[in-house]
Design a binder for this molecule. Sequence first.
Ligand SMILES: *[C@@H]1O[C@H](CO)[C@@H](O)[C@H](O)[C@H]1NC(C)=O
Ligand SMILES: *[C@@H]1O[C@H](CO)[C@@H](O)[C@H](O)[C@H]1NC(C)=O
Ligand SMILES: *[C@@H]1O[C@H](CO)[C@@H](O)[C@H](O)[C@H]1NC(C)=O
Ligand SMILES: *[C@@H]1O[C@H](CO)[C@@H](O)[C@H](O)[C@H]1NC(C)=O
Length: 391
Amino acid sequence: MAAKITDLLLMLLIFLSESCVIILAFNVVDFGANPDGVTDSSEPFLRAWAAACASPEPAVIYVPPGRYSITQVKFGGKCMSRGIEFLINGTLVAPADYNVIGNVGYWILFDGVDGVFINGGTLDGQGAALWNCKASRKDCPNGATSLGFIHSNNVMVYGLTSVNSQLFHVVILACKNTTLQGLNIMAPRNSINTDGVHVQFSSGITVVDSNIGTGDDCVSIGPGSTNLWIENIVCGPGHGISIGSLGRDYEEKGVQNVTVKMVTFINTQNGARIKTWGRPSTSFVKDVLFQHALMYDVQNPIIIDQNYCPYNKSSCPGQYSGVKISDVTYEDIRGTSATQVGVRLDCSATNPCRSIKLQDVMLTYEDGPAEASCVNADGTTSGVIQPMACF
Ligand SMILES: *[C@@H]1O[C@H](CO)[C@@H](O)[C@H](O)[C@H]1NC(C)=O
Ligand SMILES: *[C@@H]1O[C@H](CO)[C@@H](O)[C@H](O)[C@H]1NC(C)=O
Ligand SMILES: *[C@@H]1O[C@H](CO)[C@@H](O)[C@H](O)[C@H]1NC(C)=O
Ligand SMILES: *[C@@H]1O[C@H](CO)[C@@H](O)[C@H](O)[C@H]1NC(C)=O
């Protein structure tokens, strides 16, 4: 049954619908959602989703302005309609008590959906109490990712704001053809594990035109990521754009065909980073392009670190990474390094980095050129290179 259509939405729909396409609208308030910021609106949101999902025509779920308290929701199932849009003009608020969803993995999850469009809205993860817990104790819950997509295809997220997630802000796992555009992601510099966007086991993912500043990676790229496009991002504070950590498991899918262009890194720990565990693995990284990056006081503007081994050195026998890194290009990377070594290529003794290309790299440290440090790395240079490459 179609819910009542508000005047505002009706106007939008007339604008949106092409002459003979019918779009049905479902207002979450008509399903019982309460914009008072206190009443749990999880069930009404799920009922609105179920109605949209059962609709044979494309459907819009409308979230009017206001604050909606959401405990935890999973949107899934094979829907009848060819596309469901969430038009969000309000803020979704996570439980303030981290124990409520701290062990469920995801706060808002889309599982197995096809053709979903999330348009606008703000997600407030209220993660501060959990970060404080993690900073002082060891027995805290892991935390929930604010927005997750699993086994989903043809998803578009546009103009979403996500603040203060408990754990990651957005996770794309086992998805195809998904675009994130115009995102605003914010958490404090000292917040723990609040990665902006994490992509894993996914192909054809695009992240563009976004501002990401958190306490961890702006974008982190896990195993099995292929055909990934990242463009026009302002990153900082945070740990930069990171491929890895890879090679934690022996049998692991590699990362291939990643483009990262026009990213401005501001006061980040890293710029363009590739990070692997120092232990045996079948994993690999190949065909990566970092292009047109601006660095403002970045601690490690260009870094490959194949000796990652946190917590327990005995879990990295010999410290040699099995991850094979090849065909990585750094082109037009300029700006300031916050440490003396602006280019650090620290590759595996058993699997040296191959075909690293540096073209037009200009990094300064204080009043002079930054330095480069290479271990087990081989490649070529062209154009202006400062610091001089060390292959
Ligand atoms: C509702 O959200 C849409 C999409 O983000 C936006 O274009 C529109 O201005 C918003 N309207 C209001 C009243 O906030
Ligand atoms: C990819 O997803 C978008 C929606 O975000 C859709 O418009 C487009 O047709 C999809 N492309 C393919 C090749 O399926
Ligand atoms: C690499 O990925 C991009 C999308 O990011 C895609 O357009 C391109 O065709 C891919 N290249 C190859 C060789 O698969
Ligand atoms: C360290 O790693 C080794 C090998 O993986 C494991 O046997 C051992 O239990 C770990 N120790 C701790 C304290 O985690």
